[in-house]
Design a protein around this ligand. Structure first.
Ligand code: UDP
Length: 356
């Protein structure tokens, strides 16, 4: 089986690490990098650190509006599909790269497989939700990380080609935890293990308007204790004007850092008192490592973490964040919401079963 995998964003590189190994054991994988994330701290570092094979094709889309990126990736990806003639295109998650891969594969008549199918926040104003819904409805093979994902697809009338495989981010977390444990983690930033919050914020809803940016500064100013915030380049760019970045630099106890590689980030996560985030993947990683999570959104596609008492939704609201921090706890025992750590193998088997 000839498999073309399309990646382009930080969380997709993490997912590709275990999946490239499993796919290459089943068939021939051709890896394509859209270039949506091109900053070395969000891209090259991940390929090096996680041992991801060098891409066979680099589409080099670079910066631009989502519509422009979509158009450029589609045009360049079409040529790759014409040249490579794959049996299947595999896309991951919910980004512009995902949607571009899904539309191009469909228009070129190549079967599409979606890793992380069925996830829903039920908020259609989120670009990620728009990308997921369209991609799922175009996919021939739907690879769901959770039972909820399977149920969401069934509610939309999709039952054929659906496989419950577990979560490849859990595979990655198990693969790399021993290496991450050897990193300096909090000590490198003068922080005490167990005594600080780990913050990440990068979603459009949190960074795209002055009101949202002010709300972010207010939340970060009210955390009230040691915290480290590895800042996504987009967030940093948006905070730079109008004194917001400067104001954050004055918040006592808040360490502003560049985005880290996966191993350093995991090391910081393992030592954190709690995680405060608007990321999708980081909510799950907190759960994998038994760290309580506060999610700065009103919806999540990882509802099992909320219902299980591992994750609290607060929106970008200082009072709700404070309340969640005060009440923070970690239930004993974590159910296997995300599979057994062998999702990548299950995905490779599902592709063979559906298309092999
Ligand atoms: N991550 C990282 N360094 C950072 C912040 C996050 O390596 O400074 C990793 C994190 O461990 C997770 C992934 O990036 O695996 C999450 O990506 P992101 O939050 O950008 O995307 P989302 O999951 O929200 O789509």
């Amino acid at each position: 089986m000839r498999i073309v995998s399309l990646v382009g964003n930080r969380p997709q590189f993490v997912k590709a690490a275990p999946l490239c190994i499993a796919l290459r054991a089943q068939g021939e994988e051709i890896l394509v990098h859209s270039g949506q994330h091109y900053d070395p701290a969000l891209a090259d570092l991940f390929f090096d650190e996680l041992g991801i094979p060098a891409p066979d094709h680099a589409l080099e889309v670079g910066a631009g509006t989502p519509v422009r990126q979509l158009a450029v990736i589609m045009e360049r990806f079409e040529q790759v599909l014409r040249d490579e003639e794959p049996d299947v295109v595999v896309v991951y998650g919910d980004t512009t790269t995902t949607l571009a891969g899904a539309l191009t594969a469909t228009k070129c008549g190549v079967p599409l497989a979606h890793v992380e199918a069925g996830l829903r926040s039920f908020d259609r104003s989120m670009p990620e939700e728009q990308n997921r819904v369209v991609t799922d409805h175009l996919s021939r093979v739907l690879l769901c990380p959770t039972r909820l994902g399977v149920d969401n697809l069934a509610a939309e009338g999709i039952t054929a080609g659906v496989h419950l495989v577990g979560d490849v981010m859990f595979d990655a977390s198990r693969m790399f935890a021993p290496l991450a444990a050897r990193r300096p983690g909090p000590a490198a930033h003068g922080l005490e293990p167990g005594g600080y919050l780990l913050v990440t914020i990068h979603r459009a809803a949190a960074t795209d308007t002055p009101e949202a940016l002010d709300a972010m500064v207010e939340v970060l100013s009210s955390l009230g204790g040691p915290a480290i915030f590895p800042v996504h380049p987009r967030t940093r760019d948006r905070l730079a004007p109008d004194g917001r970045w400067h104001a954050l630099g004055q918040v006592p106890g808040l360490v502003l850092a560049p985005p880290t590689g996966y191993l350093d980030f995991t090391s910081l996560l393992m030592g954190a008192r709690a995680v405060v985030t608007d990321s999708g993947g980081v909510q799950k990683e907190a759960y994998f490592h038994g760290v309580p999570c506060i999610t700065l959104r009103d919806t999540t596609e990882w509802m099992e973490t909320v219902e299980g008492g591992f994750n609290t939704l607060t929106g970008m609201d200082p009072a709700r964040v404070q309340a969640a921090l005060t009440a923070i706890s970690m239930p004993a025992g974590r159910p296997p919401f995300y599979g057994d750590g062998h999702a990548a193998d299950a995905i490779a088997r599902a592709l063979v079963a559906e298309l092999g």
